[in-house]
Design a protein around this ligand. Structure first.
Ligand code: BGC
Length: 754
């Protein structure tokens, strides 16, 4: 795609933002405090009641300003990949006409671009649309580490790697806030499972927290200037996140210098004094803890009013940094606009991962005149559903539509058969307070649908099979039971292959699936994601070879689920209740059960524990170090061309390590490569993963072109968290720099010393 005016303007904004940050000498967080004198004067004029009114929800998606002093309410919206449709005071859509938003590729798809530029643009576009809708805060980005292959929110989250997550989170944050809408980083912290997320106590040691799980948050706060943070539902080391003084006060505010506000996840506040002293500013939703009870705590002397003042100050800092959108300006035009749709499209083009192409089935050969597209996922739209992050999209090009449009241009005939019936979850057949109907997408293939699909395959030059999951299988509120391909998909692919071996499988899912059975019957496999409103268009361009695939996996595809670290160490799934706090609340909303009934039910849930026994060995860190073979490694992704990596040269400049090399496109078409730099400690005295990602870049190369690439990172990134001194320690010694195309495709190495 040509560089649009938007990209040029965006590049200028990025450069200006970087320059402003450098020249002011002020940290991005400190810039939030510039209005503190004015804010203190305002606080001095406020009654205790007015202050406390700001500390809880006003509606489901707003909290109060100070009406008497002309200070506007704060308006929130879900994110992270589409501004949510307008709801009443709950989660029921109001049916507005102008609130259809752009549906951007979901978290794992964005991360598969490995592009800081795309993350910035994504944030910027979200911030732009947020403004059109009069919103002050986007509830996102969602930046928890993908610890479990089965994680219900893997599709929302970015990566299993903290460096990739951190770099993208920083850019998304900058983009959104440059466009005028604050981000709310979620879910702080260690919300890595949906199972029992409302009550589970995550036990993780400080090193694991610092080196893996907190890194993306730290970076987005310090380098991105994030203005808001959402404490998560779960507990960490004994305390609910919304009242976890270690996370919210000691780390977030004291160490990282966070000057903005915190807002609990919806229904994630559990006490008055605990949350007040544990660093929460706003209870979402309800006012049972941060309403009259908070006023009483101050009045009876249990709580110093200065604690309330500090919360009000932090909220007002955000209020002054983010200009309220006047009521008569908001919602006057459609939320989704061509310039932001184009960004969704660009991200989709860069996210698609070619996992396998062993017989060169892709790109689609010129002599293919008839394609059989098989599989419900080819027609299934993916914008809505999955609970909080669903999008009411203005439009969505499905994979089949994308293929049909592109095939028509090429004079190729396309037939379609569903192949299988999509699994869809049903709510609580066993009554509103009973557990949800278990996810059981393991139905075998339907013989009639299978026969119809095989007939089309026989009659075509090529079969494109659309498998994967859907938003009933991967969803907020529950984790998958396994990573099996659902609905008999394995048997269908086998039958298709036997009918016509020219099979390409496209996986439409947010997380990894078990490909052991499918792989021998599918010579080419593509990970197509939930790829936003233009996903179908971008996919067709890749399949037909208009553009080369250039996405790289942001997480590992294990051979089998049991190999993955949390399973192999027996730490997941532990004993659990299978219940979900938010889902219970949702059903309250949907069924009219009283809040008291629900509260009582929640109070009686068991207290499950999730011990992160694998420690720092998350994702590829585990598979590499333990030498466990995988199906597709972290960072893997093929192209239609080959790239040649030249020898490495390395220099330490001040406190940064720079590694340079020539990268050549050996192919006959333009293509992007994501070059990845990993570091292996050679003689460390402490436990280390075999190697860790430290830097990466996406480079566009014309056919035959060579470019000099420099990847760099701060030496401080090589520090480890020392449990004895409780601080970062940079251990001197030898390191090996590994540069390549994937974590298991290292092309060049170099030894140096720090
Ligand atoms: C989710 C959050 C979301 C909030 C509001 C919660 O259930 O965990 O990610 O922002 O609901 O919709």
């Amino acid at each position: 795609m040509k560089h649009s005016a938007t990209s040029i303007i965006l590049a200028a904004i990025m450069a200006a933002a970087i320059a402003a940050g450098c020249s002011s000498g002020m940290s991005l967080q400190d810039r939030l405090t510039v209005n503190d004198r004015k804010i203190n004067k305002i606080i001095a004029q406020m009654t205790l009641e007015e202050k406390v009114e700001m500390l809880h929800s006003k509606t489901n998606m707003s909290s109060e300003g100070v009406p008497r002093l002309g200070i506007q309410d704060i308006k929130y919206t879900d994110g992270p990949f589409g501004i949510r449709e307008e709801n009443g005071d709950g989660f029921r859509p109001l049916g507005w006409k102008l609130d259809s938003a752009t549906y951007f590729p979901t978290g794992s798809a964005l991360a598969a671009t490995w592009s800081k530029e795309m993350a910035y643009k994504n944030g910027w576009a979200m911030g732009k649309e947020g403004r059109l809708r009069g919103k002050d805060i986007i509830l996102g980005p969602a930046i928890n580490i993908q610890r479990l292959p089965v994680g219900g929110r893997t599709y929302e989250y970015l990566s299993e790697d903290p460096v990739l997550s951190a770099r993208l989170s920083v850019e998304y944050t900058k983009g959104s806030q440059d466009a005028g809408t604050a981000v709310c980083l979620k879910h702080y912290a260690l919300n890595n499972q949906e199972t029992d997320r409302g009550s589970v106590d995550v036990i993780a040691d400080e090193r694991t927290m610092r080196e893996i799980y907190l890194k993306p948050f730290e970076a987005a706060i310090k380098e991105g200037g994030a203005m808001c943070v959402m404490p998560a539902y779960n507990k960490v080391n004994g305390f609910y996140c919304s009242e976890n003084a270690h996370l919210n006060n000691e780390i977030l505010r004291d160490e990282w210098g966070f000057k903005g506000m915190t807002v609990s996840d919806w229904g994630g506040t559990h006490s008055t004094m605990g949350a007040a002293l544990g660093g929460l500013c706003v209870q979402m939703t309800g006012d049972n803890y941060f309403g009259q009870a908070l006023i009483d705590s101050v009045r009876n002397g249990a709580l110093d009013e200065a604690v309330v003042d500090a919360k009000v100050r932090e909220i007002l800092r955000l209020r002054f940094a983010i200009e309220p959108v006047p009521e008569d300006v908001a919602n006057t035009i459609m939320t989704s606009q061509p310039e932001t749709q184009k960004i969704a499209y660009e991200i989709a083009q860069k996210s698609i991962v070619l996992l396998k192409n062993e017989a060169g089935n892709l790109p689609i050969a010129k002599d293919v005149k008839k394609i059989a597209v098989i599989g419900q996922n080819a027609v299934l739209t993916t914008a809505a559903g999955g609970i909080g992050a669903g999008v009411k999209t203005l439009y969505e090009v499905s994979p089949l539509e994308g293929i049909q449009a592109r095939a028509a241009e090429a004079g190729v005939e396309v037939s379609y058969a569903p192949g299988y019936r999509s699994y869809s979850m049903s709510w609580g057949k066993r009554g509103p307070l009973g557990p949800l109907d278990a996810n059981d997408p393991s139905d075998p293939a339907d013989p009639k649908l299978l026969a119809e699909a095989v007939a089309l395959a026989k009659d075509a030059d090529m079969v494109i099979f659309f498998g994967g999951t859907n938003k009933s299988i991967e969803t907020e509120g529950s984790d998958r039971k396994n990573i099996d391909l659902p609905c008999g998909q394995n048997d269908i692919v086998k039958a298709l292959y036997e009918a016509n071996p020219n099979v390409v499988t496209v996986l439409i899912s947010g997380g990894p699936t078990d490909l052991r059975f499918l792989s021998p019957y599918s010579p080419a496999i593509v990970q197509g994601w939930w790829n936003g409103m233009e996903g179908g268009t971008a996919l067709a361009e890749v399949l037909f070879g208009d553009i080369a695939p250039s996405g790289k996996l942001p997480f590992t595809f294990p051979l089998k689920l049991e190999d993955s670290p949390a399973y192999a160490t027996g730490s997941f799934p532990g004993a659990n209740s299978g219940e979900d706090l938010f889902t219970l609340m949702y059903r309250l909303d949907a069924t009219g059960y009283t809040r008291e009934q629900i509260q009582e039910y929640i109070a009686n849930l068991p207290d499950p524990v999730s011990e992160y026994k694998e420690g720092i060995l998350v994702g590829y860190r585990w598979f590499d170090t333990k030498e466990v073979p995988v199906m597709y490694a972290f960072g893997h992704g093929l192209s239609y061309v080959d790239f040649e990596y030249g020898p490495l040269s390395c220099r330490q400049k001040k406190d940064r390590i720079q590694v340079s090399f020539d990268l050549k496109n050996l192919g006959a078409m333009e293509a992007d490569e994501v070059a990845q730099l990993y570091v292996r400690r050679i003689d460390s005295k402490v436990e280390r993963p075999l190697k860790e990602l430290e830097a990466f870049d996406r480079i566009s190369l014309k056919a035959g072109e060579t470019k000099k690439v420099t990847l760099e990172f701060p030496v401080s990134e090589l520090a480890h968290w020392d449990m004895e001194t409780n601080g970062w320690v940079l251990e001197p010694g030898k390191i090996e720099i590994l540069v390549g195309s994937a974590s298991d495709d290292i092309r060049k190495k170099l030894e140096t010393e720090i």
